[in-house]
Write a protein that binds this ligand. Structure first.
Ligand code: GLN
Length: 475
């Protein structure tokens, strides 16, 4: 018997076309699945049909504005905030006939890699409820993996789509910076943030990406370039495509290797590379010499931008306001003290520090210079290859509580994803294995700016010849 909740969007659309299924059956199937498993997984912060469209339902991360509907970034400071407008991606989805179905949990303001920084509750990994789903788009990835959503949107500033996709065994795409409008995405770090799809397979990712991509005059960083037909990337062979494997990510020589890659992740990724070679790709070693600076540079640039972006949440215009203050300054202080969680405060303090007089040149300006060097690394590597393949995350999902006391250990879980955001290029994570403990492993494929087609082509070829994306958690 087919399990409705395991079907991909393109399979469901096919069944709708053939009149084997109705829209009502899809929605009631989804409702039923959520009733069955969401008390365990806790992927959603708000659910129910939010739109009356009869298209396929989609789940939305809680930092993407939906007109008139609470949108809170899983933060207390935005409780009761109802945006007066739709984000551009929401508008595009509505126009394309999607039904906006529910909103998913996340780390507060997208600060985190585990969903444990949500002010509401942690989301759990459908493959092992004792483990985190990854973050910050953990609710979206867990919902798709558990069959509680057909597909979902997430946002990625340093890995927040790809790392949870890897931890939950689903597909996640971080588009090229400027490809998808950020208008209506509540800003974390404006020079890094992108919205992207989280789906059950590559074909769905292609469809959802095509629906949200494109120029938007409301976002000054949006790029006006024609959109190719992404579906044309599917089913192409990959003969002769040059794959770069960064030696810094795998080498065993001391100093060069990035910290803490798990043996099972390494083996799965090596097997995936061998598989791609069997399909006709040419594998060569490339070098990204500044890789080791990516995490420190990111935590300067991202916190600096976050401290500036979060200054607007002061009790005046949005969400929470402390009512017991004697004057304006006290109102600001009490609102921010009560409204922000621990990690948000840590980032505001760090970001304010690196931007402050006397430290600005030493930290912020310097980090921006090293950011350029990291981007140069990729430009040089892409002279010798068409795409770069790495693990998405150095480990499979970790246990809830394992890293909450150690922010540095948490920050290192994005070691392979962060450079991509600093450089503005696109990358996809696809399932490529299961650990002995039964947890998914993700393969990251990185391409040149505006070459999402290369990602779809490689990822789809790999997927068609393997069955990792068909493995499902038992809930
Ligand atoms: N985990 C990273 C952080 O905590 C990235 C988060 C993100 O991409 N939003 O900042």
């Amino acid at each position: 018997m087919i399990k409705l909740y395991e079907l991909t969007a393109h399979e469901l659309l096919e069944k709708l076309r053939r009149n084997e299924l109705t829209q009502e059956e899809i929605v009631s199937g989804l409702n039923k699945r959520i009733e069955e498993v969401d008390s365990k997984v806790k992927a959603y912060v708000r659910v129910g049909e939010l739109s009356s469209s009869d298209g396929l339902p989609i789940a939305i991360k809680d930092n993407i504005c939906i007109q008139g509907q609470p949108t809170t970034c899983a933060s207390k400071i935005l409780e009761n905030f109802r945006p007066p407008y739709d984000a551009t991606v929401i508008q595009k989805l509505r126009e394309a006939g999607f039904a906006i179905y529910g909103q998913t949990n996340m780390d507060e303001f997208a600060f985190g890699s585990s969903c444990e920084n949500s002010a509401l509750f942690p989301t759990r990994n459908p493959w092992n409820l004792e483990c985190v789903p990854g973050g910050s788009s953990g609710g979206s990835a867990a919902a798709v993996a558990a069959g509680e959503a057909i597909w979902a949107l997430g946002s990625d500033t340093g890995g927040s789509i790809r790392q949870p996709a890897a931890f939950c065994g689903v597909v996640g795409l971080k588009p090229t910076y400027g490809r998808v409008s950020r208008y209506g995405l509540i800003a974390f770090a404006s020079s890094l943030d992108q919205i992207g799809p989280i789906t059950k397979d590559v074909e769905d990712a292609t469809m959802l990406f095509a629906a949200i991509a494109g120029y938007d005059p409301h976002d000054s960083t949006s790029v006006n370039r024609p959109l190719p037909d992404y579906s044309a990337s599917l089913g192409k062979d990959i003969k002769g495509i040059r794959i770069g494997v960064p030696k810094e990510y795998f080498s065993l020589s001391k100093g060069a290797q990035l910290e803490g890659i798990d043996d099972e992740v390494k083996r799965s990724v090596e097997e995936a590379i061998a598989q791609l070679r069997n399909l006709g790709a040419k594998v060569k070693e490339v070098s990204l010499p500044y890789s080791q600076y990516a995490v420190p540079v990111y935590y300067i640039v991202a916190t600096a931008e976050a401290s500036s972006n979060l200054a607007r949440f002061d009790g005046v215009q949005y969400g929470l306001r402390a009512k017991d203050a004697q004057n304006l300054i006290e109102m600001y202080k009490k609102t921010r003290e009560r409204g922000f969680g621990y990690e948000a405060k840590r980032r505001i303090i760090l970001g304010t520090y690196v931007l402050s007089h006397g430290y600005y040149e030493a930290y912020y300006v310097r980090a921006q210079k090293v950011r350029s060097l990291i981007a140069n690394d990729f430009a040089n590597a892409f002279k010798e290859c068409d795409c770069i393949v790495t693990p998405t995350s150095p480990t499979p999902a970790f246990r809830i509580g394992e890293k909450t006391q150690d922010p540095l250990a948490m920050y290192l879980s994005d070691i392979y994803t962060i450079s991509v955001n600093l450089t503005g290029i696109p990358a996809i994570s696809i399932p490529c294995g299961l650990s002995k403990a039964g947890l998914p492993v993700g393969l990251q494929i990185i391409a040149k700016a505006f070459n999402e087609e290369m990602l779809f082509r490689m990822a789809h070829a790999y997927e068609q010849n393997t069955s990792w994306h068909k493995q499902k958690p038992h809930l």
